[in-house]
Design a binder for this molecule. Structure first.
Ligand code: C5P
Length: 244
């Protein structure tokens, strides 16, 4: 069974990241490289990870005109990464251009997913700042997910709360990648909508993105294992109930 935990490497440089990864002693978990680390260290650090068999989700959330995104994806597609993303708010043509850019680079193995609405966006922000007044957050997320699917994308980043309704509208194979994961009773930090690994499995999240709970832990590997074990137990119980 594939381990669905993606560790968010939210570190300021390669030195700190390598020190953290050393605790995994030869294991190569799925990791997420975000803007901070990528802008600090560039593509060479992604290559360093790939040479050591880490699976890499490059979380750069591209959002620009279609031609620019196409060209940028053509470059990123050359990095042999496992997953990369764009903002669905860039629209259908931009998302399709992103997919075409990856294909032009021969990166057929790279999953392309879309950020629907950021988990930091509230109903109030949606209505008062973005002026999306006629739709609630859930409808907006579902609509963006459908648009992403029609543009040929492989899935979306969403909260656990949205994952099963997205599967309902976009199909079981459409990936749901969910941040905001916390073991029960642990620190929530600035995440507004959180869920436990057990809930993530129940609501059909394919991948859980976990940052501070693991990176800030005294024993990161044991928290990583705990998250996976809780997810696996819930996944297997759920599967059993579905089959029964
Ligand atoms: O530390 P924590 O587990 O909250 O980290 C979550 C990670 O997921 C961070 O890297 C954050 O940038 C990312 N993320 C998120 N919400 C989104 C998209 C990405 O928290 N909607």
């Amino acid at each position: 069974m594939e381990n669905p935990v993606i560790i968010a490497l939210d570190f300021e440089n390669a030195k700190k990241t390598k020190a953290f990864l050393a605790s995994f002693e030869g294991r190569s978990p799925y990791v997420k490289v975000g803007m901070e680390l990528f802008y600090a260290e560039g593509a060479s650090f992604v290559s360093w990870l790939k040479e050591r068999n880490f699976r890499v989700f490059l979380d750069l959330k591209l959002h620009d005109i279609p031609t620019t995104v196409h060209k940028a994806m053509k470059v990123l597609g050359g990095l042999n990464i496992d997953m990369v993303n764009v903002h669905a708010a860039g629209g259908f043509a931009m998302m399709k251009a992103a997919k075409d850019g990856l294909i032009a680079a021969g990166a057929h193995q790279t999953k392309l997913i879309a950020v629907t609405q950021l988990t930091s966006t509230t109903e109030k922000v949606l209505k008062e700042e973005l002026l999306i007044k006629d739709h609630n957050l859930n409808d907006c997320v579902s609509h963006y997910a459908k648009l992403a699917k029609h543009a040929g994308l492989d899935g979306v980043v969403c909260s656990v709360q949205e994952a099963s309704s997205i599967k309902n509208v976009c199909g079981e194979d459409f990936l749901t990648v969910t941040p905001g994961i916390r073991l029960s009773g642990s620190e929530t930090h600035d995440q507004a909508r959180i869920a436990t690994p057990a809930e993530a499995a129940m609501k059909k999240s394919d991948y859980m993105v976990v940052g501070r709970s693991i990176t800030g832990a005294e024993e990161p590997v044991s928290i990583y294992n705990e998250i996976f074990n809780e997810w696996r137990e819930s996944y297997e119980n759920n599967r059993f109930q579905t089959l029964a």
